[in-house]
Write a protein that binds this ligand. Sequence first.
Ligand SMILES: *Cc1c(COP(=O)(O)O)cnc(C)c1O
Length: 359
Amino acid sequence: MRVFNFSAGPAVMPEDVLRTAAAEMLDWHGSGMSVMEMSHRGKEFISIYDKAQADLRGLLKIPANYKILFLQGGAIAENAIVPMNLLLGRSTADYVNTGEWSKKSIKEAKKYCTVNVAASSEDQNFTYVPARETWELTREAAFVHVCTNETIGGVEYQWTPDTGDVPLVADMSSHIMSRVIDVSGYGVIYGGAQKNMGPAGLTLVIVREDLLDRALPMTPTAFHWKEQAAADSMVNTPATYAIYVAGLVFEWLQAQGGIEAIERKNIAKAELLYEYLDATSFYVNPVRKEDRSRMNVPFKLSDESLDEAFLKGAKERGMVQLKGHRSVGGMRASIYNAMPIEGVRTLVEYMQDFEQRHG
Ligand SMILES: *Cc1c(COP(=O)(O)O)cnc(C)c1O
């Protein structure tokens, strides 16, 4: 029996995608092979790769002057790869600090450049996104880096920051494809696939073409965006099976009606959960309302001694991975694209029931 999986990542996948992958496991489209057995340069895999790229471009309306790269190393590798690819002739970068993932990006970037923290929400324990007017940007910065959805803190940008001529770089790992975005507002968008796009092992980088000439000479070839763009992400062997499954997720998203349609569902799911959280004092979400994440909803029980009982009861009802990140404790419900609204409804009903018994 399948559970409702609230994991922050690797995370729930659409069941249809898993069924298709299972059905095609031994013989992909009459090729007599599993996708994982194919040469990445063979015509079968090239067709899978090209379709995944085209479908992704269509879903996110990625303009023609942006390259889509299917790399490896995850968002954590990109924390180093981003500065290496953008720092040529510059030595400073601006970072906005909205929580745990921003902090990691900043720490890594300091190995490569002078980091100016242009704004931070640390003063209120990372419970909001600092307003654009408060950012203190550097004129000569190579780029401005933001994490548009803080997976641990549950803080999400509901707007696209304007950084003028300085390219905006966004770690979108945990909310990419969950909402309509204006790609042209960004210089670079990156994220690991394992939250909302597919299996772990695939890293998506979307980069504006004019930014491909800014890499430091020391940039490793496998992480050099321009070289990877010229080689269709095949400087090294890409994560072929993960790309195939992500491609199935893109087809599933098309069948759902595209990003606009999935965004409406995500809004409904998030509202269901937040409305209940706001109506009770038994559970608490500390994030400022207008900056709350639709994808990751952290909450605490007002009485922490009940945490174990809460998790145990959830598991008995088929809901798993609700334990909050070790750095913040409490609970966290990640409700990505593939989480059906029934999952959220089941969770809210359980939370109400638990409150009645223990409140
Ligand atoms: C999960 C996550 C990461 C880490 O991704 P890896 O694939 O483990 O490198 C980085 N940033 C954000 C916002 C995340 O959600």
